[in-house]
Design a protein around this ligand. Structure first.
Ligand code: UDP
Length: 240
């Protein structure tokens, strides 16, 4: 396999990627589908940090819409990401990939606490770092956690692996004439609310010139292609 174009990348996986067809919870088979590819890419020498979502199990905002305290719900959402992180760790290790789960909320019996310099050291040693519990703060999302970790871990890009094959000018599931962007600026993404990541994440990426590559997780070979710098999906970068 050819050498990756990037040295270090942050891969954001939404909770729904772990749910498979059932749309809820954790489906080990679904994780197995992309775990091999992540392990293969890591084996080429690409340093990888993963941020895992939790929406397949719990979202604080949805719970607060039904009357729960928002912060309370958000902590539950962060705990959900830890379960997902452990499931992804299991799948990666089954593919021979060395990993460490690091959590933003301390739970030392389950995983290491997130310490930036330790995360960097793990990656230097070829371990995939799986960042769990988001930012550790309510009112944030794992998209924001992805931007934060990508910046502090000096990643070259965020890979946002989703169920669509890039960013469209309107929802391709609803409009036949939706047009996909090859590249789009941060500002246009924000102004047109293109739904790539939440606005906090996009703003952080914009302020720090961090490219976001959006691509379809379910198309085999896409993680490898993105790592090699092949033109897939949509790249969010540049502008004013
Ligand atoms: N969450 C939070 N702070 C964070 C990250 C996540 O409070 O820094 C909570 C929030 O309730 C969120 C849930 O965890 O809804 C799951 O994360 P997210 O919705 O980002 O998961 P995804 O959509 O990627 O599956």
């Amino acid at each position: 396999m050819s050498k990756a174009r990037y040295n270090r990348v942050l891969l954001k996986l939404s909770g729904e990627a772990l749910a498979g067809g059932q749309g809820f919870g954790i489906e080990p088979e679904a994780i197995g589908q992309f775990a091999k590819e992540i392990a293969d890419v890591a084996a080429t020498g690409l340093q990888l940090a993963l941020v895992i979502g939790g929406g397949n199990i719990f979202r604080g905002m949805a719970a607060s819409a039904k009357g729960m305290d928002r912060a309370q719900g958000d902590y539950m959402g962060m705990l959900a990401t830890v379960m997902n992180a452990l499931a992804v760790q299991d799948a990666l290790e089954k593919n021979g990939c060395d990993t460490r789960v690091m959590t933003a909320l301390s739970m030392a019996d389950v995983a290491e606490p997130y310490i930036r310099r330790r995360a960097l050291r793990h990656m230097d040693k070829g371990r995939v770092v799986i960042c769990a519990a988001g930012t550790g703060n309510p009112y944030f999302t794992t998209d924001s956690a992805a931007a934060l970790r990508a910046l502090e871990l000096k990643c070259d890009a965020i890979f946002k692996a989703t169920k669509v094959d890039g960013v469209y000018d309107k929802d391709p599931a609803k409009f036949d004439d939706a047009v996909k962007y090859d590249t789009v600026s941060y500002m246009e993404t924000l102004e047109k609310r293109l739904g790539v990541m939440d606005s906090t994440a996009i703003s952080m990426a914009r302020d720090n010139d961090l490219p976001i590559i959006v691509f379809n997780l379910y198309e085999e070979g896409n993680i490898r292609k993105a790592a090699n710098g092949e033109p897939i999906g949509t790249t969010v970068q540049g502008g004013d």
